[in-house]
Each structure stands twice: as structure tokens, then as C-alpha cells.
Write a protein of this length. Structure first.
Length: 417
């Protein structure tokens, strides 16, 4: 065993398995060859493991530890320390203080310990734990497992197929490249899948959950969440709470589950299911399928020829203005559901909050307008087709705006919004 002094020492080990203790002072300890044990003890020390499977302990104060080649164990101890594992499968423990830690090459294990630490996994399949404090935890290359720990952390998997956990606190969590599993944890988190086919889970709290590129699966869980699928054909489950969800590009599936949710399919052929609660569903630009399920829901197919199913309770179906966007309403219930006429689309003869006039609806096998100049809805009792005649002149003017499952309608089945 080699001891330093109370002064500032420089001690070089041998090719054997050395035990070196710097004692007090600002020391430089080098293990050289062999499986060495280096202890900085008091003072701002610099420790080099060099070759072999070494154990380095900085001790008190602000230390710098370099593992070298081999599978090393580095402990920062008290103070603000720098730890670099370098080559090999290393284990790094920051312990107390504000530490900066680099795993280097190999499959490393990094634990930040107390305070606000920065952890970088480097190459290899690494495991990183931020510990307590507001930490920055970066997985690097390889398939990593990354934990933010307590407090509000910034956590990223980076390259590889990573598992990334924000844990406690209000975290920002990024999967990065690869097919990742990204979890926000408790509290209000911002969770991003990035590139690849990702699973992105907000966890508890009011979270922002973003898929990014690729065909992703998003979970909002508890709380009022905002979920965005982004590019790719995504599956979105908003969970409990009053959530806001956007499908993004391509063909998405969105399930509102519990709560009063607002769902937007956006681009692509989307399937939207409101679940329980009073939901608002907007199809978007293509031929979508909208299902309100339980609750008093509002269904707006948007552009495209959509299939609308309200489900249980009283639902509001928003009518299109032209034939290219006509929808099929599969479960309209007379006296329970309403057809919404948007005044700004259908013209000045309709006023929001006012009922249709008796001459604005004709119900007959071959319904036709009866009064020129009156904007009129024409409903066929033969095939359930609802047309709109903007000027009441008939001829080629009426346009097909919806097809319903029922064979009669009354003025009370319309609501002007």
C-alpha cells in the first residue's frame, strides 16, 4: 500500500495491483498496470486508473477520475467531480456534489447520486440514473436504459433502441433515434419519441406527448394531456382526463378513452373513438371513421366522405356544405341527436341559436324545394339522403350533404350553430 503526504503529491503505481492513498492535499495518482485501488481522500485530486480493472475513489472535495482501459469502478465522493470511465464496461458513481460523468466506450453504469449532475453514456449499451437533483442524462450510442430520477430532469436516449424514464418531477424526455420506449413518469412532463417506431407514455400529470417520425404508439394516462402523433401511422390512447389529441400525417387511430376529449385526425384516413365522456371529434382531410361512443359527443367529419357513429347519449353531427365532403351517419336517433347547420357555411338565412323555419325543410320520397329564394334542406324518406338547395330553385342546384340511417326528419332534429 502506497501513501501520500499531507501535501500535493504525485504518485505512480506499478504493474502490480497497487493500493494508493493520497491522503490530504491536491494529489495526482496513477495506477499504471494491474488492478489498482486509488483513493484521493482530502483535496482536489486527479486519479488515473490506466490499464487493468481499477477502483478509483475521489473522496472529499472536487476531483477528476479517469478509468483508462479495463472494467473500472469510479466514485466521486463529496464535491463537484469529473468522472470518465473511458474504455471498458465501467461503473461510475457521482455521489454528493454537482458531477459530470462520461461512460466512454463499453457497456457502462452511471449513477449521478445527489445534486444536479450531467451524465453521458457514450458508446455501448449503458444504464444511466440521474438520482436526486435536476439532472441532464444523455444515453449516447447503443441501446441504453436511462432514468432521470427525482426532481425535474432533461433525459435523452439518443441513438439506438432505448428505454428512457423521466421518473419524478417535471421532466423533458427524448427518445432520439431508434425504436424507443419513452416514459414521462409522475408530474407534468414533455415526452418526445423522435425518429423510429416509438412507444411514448406520458404517465401521470398533464403531459405533452409527441410521437415524431415513424409509426408510434402514444399514451396520455392520467391528467389533461396533449398528444401529437406527428408523421407516420400512429396509435393514440389519451387515457383519463380531458385530453387534446392530434393524429398528424398518414392513417392514425385515436382513442379518447376517459374524460371529455377533443380529437383531430388531421391528414390521412383516420379512425377516431371518443370513448367515455362528452367528446369533440374532427376527422380532417380524408375519408375518416368517427365514433363518439358514450357521452354527448360532437362529430365533424371535415373534408372527405366520412362515416359518423355517435353511440350512446345525445350527439351532434356537423353537416358538410358540399357533396365532396358528404358523410354517412349510421345511428341517428330522432328526438335525441341533432344535425348541426353551421350558419357561416350555409348562408345568411341561418342564424346561430335559431331554429329552422318550416319552409326550410322538405321531407318526402322525392323531396324538392317549394319556395324560390329559400335555402332548403331536402330529405328523402326513400333512401335517407339529405340534400341542400341553397336558392330553392331545384333543378341541378341541390347538393348531397349526408346520408342517414333514418327515414324521417323533423325541424327539431336540426340545430343552427
Amino acid at each position: 500500500m502506497i501513501f501520500g503526504t499531507d501535501g500535493n503529491d504525485r504518485i505512480l503505481g506499478t504493474n502490480l495491483a497497487d493500493i494508493i492513498d493520497g491522503l490530504k492535499g491536491n494529489d495526482i495518482l496513477e495506477g499504471f498496470g494491474g488492478n489498482d485501488q486509488l483513493f484521493g481522500n482530502e483535496g482536489n485530486d486527479v486519479l488515473y486508473g490506466d490499464d487493468g480493472n481499477d477502483t478509483l475513489d475521489g473522496g472529499q472535495d472536487n476531483d477528476e477520475l479517469f478509468g483508462g482501459t479495463g472494467n473500472d469502478t469510479l466514485r466521486g465522493g463529496d464535491g463537484n467531480d469529473l468522472l470518465e470511465g473511458e474504455d471498458g464496461d465501467d461503473r461510475l458513481f457521482g455521489e454528493a456534489g454537482i458531477d459530470i460523468m462520461y461512460g466512454g466506450i463499453g457497456n457502462d453504469y452511471l449513477d449521478g447520486g445527489d445534486d444536479n449532475d450531467d451524465l453521458f453514456g457514450g458508446d455501448g449499451a449503458d444504464t444511466l440514473l440521474g438520482g436526486s437533483g435536476a439532472d441532464f442524462v444523455f444515453g449516447g450510442n447503443g441501446n441504453d436504459v436511462v432514468y432521470g430520477g427525482s426532481d425535474s430532469d432533461l433525459v435523452e436516449g439518443n441513438d439506438g433502441n432505448d428505454r428512457v424514464y423521466g421518473d419524478d418531477g417535471e421532466d423533458e424526455v427524448f427518445g432520439g433515434l431508434g425504436d424507443d420506449q419513452v416514459y414521462g413518469g409522475s408530474d407534468n412532463d414533455q415526452v418526445f419519441g423522435g425518429d423510429g417506431v416509438d412507444l411514448v407514455d406520458g404517465g401521470d400529470g398533464d403531459d405533452g406527448v409527441f410521437g415524431g417520425n415513424g409509426n408510434d404508439t402514444l399514451y396520455g394516462r392520467a391528467g389533461g394531456d396533449r398528444l401529437e402523433g406527428g408523421q407516420g401511422a400512429d396509435r393514440i390512447f389519451s387515457g383519463d382526463g380531458d385530453d387534446l389529441a392530434f393524429g398528424g400525417t398518414e392513417n392514425d387511430i385515436i382513442n379518447g378513452e376517459e374524460g371529455n376529449d377533443t380529437l383531430y385526425g388531421e391528414d390521412g384516413i383516420d379512425t377516431l373513438d371518443g370513448g367515455f365522456g362528452d367528446d369533440a371529434l374532427f376527422g380532417g382531410t380524408a375519408n375518416d371513421v368517427l365514433r363518439g361512443a358514450g357521452g354527448n359527443d360532437t362529430l365533424n367529419g371535415g373534408a372527405g366522405i366520412d362515416l359518423l357513429t355517435g353511440g350512446a347519449d345525445s350527439d351532434l353531427f356537423v353537416l358538410a356544405r358540399n357533396a365532396a365532403d358528404r358523410d354517412t351517419i349510421s345511428d341517428f336517433v330522432i328526438g335525441q341527436d341533432d344535425l348541426a347547420v353551421t350558419a357561416s357555411l350555409f348562408g345568411p338565412q341561418f342564424q346561430a341559436g335559431q331554429s329552422l323555419q318550416s319552409n326550410q325543410l322538405v321531407v318526402a320520397p322525392n323531396a324538392a324545394a317549394t319556395q324560390a329564394g329559400v335555402a332548403t334542406f331536402l330529405f328523402s324518406t326513400t333512401n335517407g339522403v339529405l340534400r341542400f338547395d341553397a336558392d330553392g330553385l331545384g333543378g341541378a342546384g341541390p347538393v348531397h350533404v349526408a346520408t342517414l340511417n333514418v327515414r324521417t326528419l323533423t325541424l327539431d332534429d336540426f340545430a343552427v350553430i
